[in-house]
Write a protein that binds this ligand. Structure first.
Ligand code: ADP
Ligand code: MG
Length: 360
């Protein structure tokens, strides 16, 4: 069984950089609901929301009367990760690696290096369905920007030819090298997950015992509800613009991370194009799924796997999860059938009759 290594890091101080996120990159994603907190009224939660970090809306909810400084340290940690790893910040470490593609190796921080290793491992396990070198395709399609458009087939072929995690070298002394010019890293499919692990670590070190952390729909919870029951996380109906949830996952601790085609997309000539690409085709993945949710102790792993499984589709995605220790999943097909991995069956409940629960 494979288990992703996850290392903890010291709190980084926040570098001041100008943010280049365009308003078009912001989306309010609500991929979950906290279902029924009746009986919890004795413990008033405190929430803080920030719009813009990691290009999304982040809401941290703590149930332990944490002082403002704890929220501040948590948001600072997320900001430091963005500063290092965002492909949209010209002075991030990832941008430095991309600028030196085909030319030279760039030394990065321990945590960027470790996350790149984790990303490369998931790329290898998923046979390149998840690939951290997907940046040329992301840039070409421009989904989430005002320039979003369907590229020409020859442009797609050229971008595809630049993608390949095997051409990412993670060398001595944290040196990172992309083999060919115009290759590029994009950690958009895994960095929010890593930020989830880190922000939880910061909270725990500050003594927080019960928390729900929402990083743009990537959920991390700890400690169960203050009344001793598990958190109940509703999984959003995977239709563009839809409200409500189709099922509920119960858990005390862990990450619940969803990838879907309904979050970030544009429509051209009546066709919807979303933001998760199949590196094999160069087009948005079309594997027969509306959404995949991964439940895992490790939020980094959950994030990478949600993107991978969405590209792989039901059969190959289920097979991948079966090979990875501790990773469970909920798959929603284009025809509204819901499949759940055996290890999650007793923690998942269907709540919407419009979806059909498929017994494995
Ligand atoms: P989100 O972060 O929007 O909730 P995902 O975790 O699935 O959803 O990540 C999607 C992002 O990952 C894209 O915006 C892009 O930056 C990147 N990406 C797109 N396709 C792939 C892929 N095949 N492998 C790795 N990363 C990808
Ligand atoms: Mg992901």
């Amino acid at each position: 069984m494979y288990k992703l290594q996850c290392t903890n890091y010291k709190l980084c101080s926040r570098r001041r950089v100008s943010r280049k996120w365009s308003p078009y990159l912001y989306i309010v994603i609500c991929t979950f609901y906290i279902v029924s907190l009746a009986g919890c009224a004795s413990t008033q939660p405190e929430s803080r929301t920030r719009d813009g970090l990691l290009g999304t809306v982040i809401t941290l909810t703590l149930y332990d009367h944490a002082p403002d400084a704890v929220f501040g340290a948590m948001f600072d940690r997320i900001g430091a990760i963005e500063d290092e790893m965002s492909v949209n910040l010209a002075d991030s470490e990832i941008s430095a690696v991309n600028a030196a593609a085909g030319l030279k190796s760039v030394t990065v921080s321990d945590e960027t290096f470790a996350l790149l290793r984790a990303a490369r491992d998931i790329a290898a396990l998923s046979d390149g369905a998840f690939d951290p070198t997907v940046e040329p395709l992301v840039k070409l399609w421009g989904i989430g920007t005002p320039d979003a458009h369907v590229p020409l087939p020859e442009e797609i072929a050229a971008a595809r030819a630049l993608i390949g995690y095997r051409d990412l070298t993670l060398g001595e002394d944290n040196g990172v090298f992309l083999a060919r010019e115009n290759m590029g890293l994009d950690l958009g499919g895994i960095a929010k997950g890593y930020a989830g692990d880190e922000v939880l670590r910061v909270a725990r070190e500050a003594g927080v015992q019960h928390a729900v952390l929402d990083l743009g729909g990537n959920i991390v919870v700890c400690g169960g509800r203050p009344d001793g029951k598990p958190w109940r996380i509703g999984l959003k109906n995977p239709e563009p613009g839809a409200d409500g949830y189709f099922g509920v996952v119960s858990l005390f601790d862990g990450a619940v991370v969803t990838s879907g085609g309904y979050e970030r997309y544009f429509i051209e000539d009546g066709v919807t194009y979303h933001h998760i690409f199949d590196p094999q085709t160069g087009y948005p993945a079309d594997s027969g799924l509306k959404a995949v949710t991964i439940v895992d102790d490790n939020s980094t792993q959950a994030d990478g796997l949600s993107t991978a499984c969405f590209v792989l589709g039901l059969t190959r995605g289920m097979d991948l999860l079966g090979r990875i220790d501790g990773a469970e999943g909920v798959f929603v097909t284009d025809d509204n059938k819901v499949y759940v991995t055996p290890g999650l069956a007793d923690r998942f409940e269907m709540t919407d009759g419009a979806y059909e629960f498929m017994q494995n």
